[in-house]
Design a protein around this ligand. Structure first.
Ligand SMILES: [Zn+2]
Ligand SMILES: [Zn+2]
Ligand SMILES: [Zn+2]
Length: 301
């Protein structure tokens, strides 16, 4: 652990009362002697004045010397959010995120304004791990959203929380090329207040298209309605090469095939992908005559 040393000027008249007096807001843990100067020194452990122990604000404080945003306002702002953490679970603290911890970002159009998307290697700080003397984190390698801070001097937590809905703010970074400071958010669902299936589906929107806007929109809507653990009604875009042994059932005027992947069942956090059921299942295909009105067509089936 990190301790502080304070020189004892008068080792002869040392009392526990005296040690405790210089020890606030520290906790005295022992006495040592510097072999060169021969100075006796009290060994002090930092403690939080509010909690009277080594709380998260102290863990954050010890790390202040190891990072800087290069901007005093932002440094001060991040430090203040960190010094307000006195509970076991870290709630609102932001951290300085070195840009190289983020994968190259993808620009994406948001309805309101431009946001950037990327993967963040470390994930959000969760709580202090005493054994490893480091932070436990969640959501490693998750997609995060970046928003540019236009006015770093006027950053407040209220402001960040305002732009943070429906996201959870986790930190601040700087693009070394544009010099833009950006808030790093973890996506959350507005309805569930967490990363639910609708978010997992949404993150994958850029990876598929049916080449028909009506069909894209229809599939996306079914996916955005998924807020429970088990996926219930979401449809997905199925690449045609995932089907095999396709043949025409002349009697019923239907196509039959086998589907390699099988139906989406639930999200697998470990593999960061969908768990599926009924791989290689036998399926029926029906032509959509009117892609613009899929709902009506589906009701006819
Ligand atoms: Zn505290
Ligand atoms: Zn957490
Ligand atoms: Zn949800």
């Amino acid at each position: 652990m990190v301790v502080n040393l304070k020189i004892l000027n008068n080792p002869v008249s040392i009392t526990l009362e005296f040690i405790n007096k210089i020890a606030i807001p520290y906790k005295a843990c022992g006495i040592t002697q510097d072999p060169e100067t021969k100075n006796y020194m009290v060994v002090l452990n930092d403690i939080c004045e509010k909690c009277n122990e080594v709380c998260n604000s102290i863990h954050f404080q010890r790390n202040f010397k190891n990072w800087t945003s290069g901007n005093n306002d932002i440094d001060k702002f991040i430090q203040d959010t960190q010094l307000s953490e006195h509970t076991f679970r870290v709630r609102n603290a932001l951290e300085w995120i070195p840009y190289d911890r983020l994968d190259t970002y993808i620009a994406e159009d948001d309805e309101i304004d431009r946001v950037y998307r990327t993967n963040w290697t470390d994930g959000c700080i969760c709580y202090w791990n005493n054994k490893n003397q480091n932070w436990e984190r969640t959501d490693q390698n998750r997609f995060v959203t970046l928003k540019i801070l236009n006015n770093p001097a006027n950053t407040t937590l209220e402001f960040i929380n305002k732009i943070a809905i429906p996201y959870k703010a986790c930190g601040i970074t700087q693009d070394p090329e544009t010099k833009n400071y950006m808030v790093v958010f973890n996506d959350m669902c507005k309805k569930c207040n967490e990363v639910c299936n609708s978010i997992h589906f949404q993150r994958n929107f850029k990876n598929w298209t049916s080449d028909n806007n009506d069909i894209d929109k229809f599939i996306q809507d079914t996916q955005l309605s998924e807020h429970t653990y088990q996926v219930k009604n979401a449809l997905e875009w199925i690449f045609y090469n995932k089907l095999y042994d396709i043949y025409v059932d002349e009697i019923n005027k239907m196509y039959r095939a086998n589907w390699i992947d099988g139906c989406i069942n639930k999200w697998d956090n470990e593999n960061q992908n969908w768990k599926r059921a009924d791989q290689n299942m036998f399926i029926t295909l029906k032509i959509l005559n009117n892609p613009a009105d899929i709902t009506a067509e589906l009701n006819k089936v």
